[in-house]
Ligand binder design. Structure first.
Ligand code: G3H
Ligand code: 13P
Ligand code: NA
Ligand code: ZN
Length: 311
């Protein structure tokens, strides 16, 4: 049963923990995420990017969104934990509308690349449409680029808390993703990991709504090492350290977007299984042990986020 993202996240905001929002592109990732959530008795958000919708629908966005909803409903029906389906990084109006029509629980409007006023106007437009049909909305402020040493760059890229206050009030958006120094993918920091917690603290203080951390994968070094041992080229991969995630949760992050950790785990164990069982040609026997590991990484993340037992 697909639940309200807003209900899930407002409870998390009140009780000061975070819910994992895990990306999927196919059935196996979805199964692994949902099984992990069920075993941890944790509320969970599953998300598809625009690319995932196109991939699932073979280019047909209506079909992709519909299939995503149907898969999630079919699996979630049997579970005891709340599950929400979210559109991650919606930029294309047509895809956002397709997700709303198909029955997504929430959508993200990512207009953070636009100037503030345009981001505000675009977000407000989506909020009006989505709220009219009971769907909640996430928006983003600032750009996810990581903190550079250059201070001028830093000011222009990270969220401005004063802007966040105006933005939330004007748009009535339900959740906000403030850029505080993370970035997407497996290579997040060139040097030391660094996040702007002062900004985060102010954004929470000024907005009082559930906040979202994008680019939050931890990129576990043991998994990177394993992948590299079996032929991957991922040296220099680096993620957000556990203590920083915990601090971000303390300061008001309630939704933690995670994709890369699942991707790296998938690739590492796929390489391992294929190289250790060279005569295996049954995809189920290959994917079986691989997705057991994906499930384990999701469970670990859920425990770190503090949402175990919160269902
Ligand atoms: O935020 C990005 C997510 O990791 C999804 O990425 O556009 O490659 O599906 P994608
Ligand atoms: P990662 O690349 O750190 O997993 O971030 C995913 C994300 O932010 C999806 O919106
Ligand atoms: Na999102
Ligand atoms: Zn993201």
């Amino acid at each position: 049963y697909v639940k309200s993202t807003k209900e899930i996240l407002e409870k998390a905001s009140k009780e000061r923990y975070a819910v994992g929002a895990f990306n999927f592109n196919n059935m196996e990732f979805l199964q692994a995420i949902l099984e992990a959530a069920e075993e941890e008795k944790a509320p969970v958000i599953v998300a598809t990017s625009e690319g995932a919708i196109k991939y699932i629908g073979k280019g047909d966005i209506e079909a992709g969104a519909k299939l995503a909803v149907e898969m999630v409903r079919t699996y979630a029906e049997k579970l005891s934990v709340p599950v929400a389906l979210h559109l991650d990084h919606g930029r294309d109006f047509k895809i956002i509308m397709a997700a709303i029509k198909a029955g997504y629980s929430s959508v993200m409007i990512d207009a953070s690349h636009l100037p503030f006023e345009e981001n505000l106007r675009e977000t407000k437009r989506i909020v009006e449409i989505a709220h009219a049909v009971g769907i909640s909305v996430e928006a983003e402020l600032g750009k996810l680029k990581g903190i550079e040493d250059n201070v001028v760059e830093k000011e222009s890229v990270l969220v401005d808390p004063e802007e966040a206050k105006v933005f939330v009030k004007e748009t009535e958006v339900d959740f906000l993703a403030p850029a505080i120094g993370t970035s997407h993918g497996a290579f997040k920091f060139k040097g030391e990991a660094q996040l702007d917690f002062e900004r985060l603290k102010k954004v929470k203080e000024y907005t009082q709504i559930p906040l979202v951390l994008h680019g939050a994968s931890m990129v576990p070094q043991d998994v990177v090492k394993l992948a590299n041992e079996y032929g991957a080229e991922l040296s220099g991969a680096k993620g957000v350290p556990e203590d920083m995630l915990k601090k971000a949760i303390e300061l008001g992050i309630n939704k933690i977007n995670t994709d890369t950790d699942l991707r790296i785990t998938f690739v590492a164990y796929l390489r391992k299984v294929l190289s250790e069982d060279k005569s295996q040609i049954d995809p189920r026997k290959i994917f079986g042990p691989v997705f057991e590991q994906v499930k384990e990484i999701v469970k670990e993340r859920i425990r770190i986020f503090g949402s175990s037992g919160k269902a």
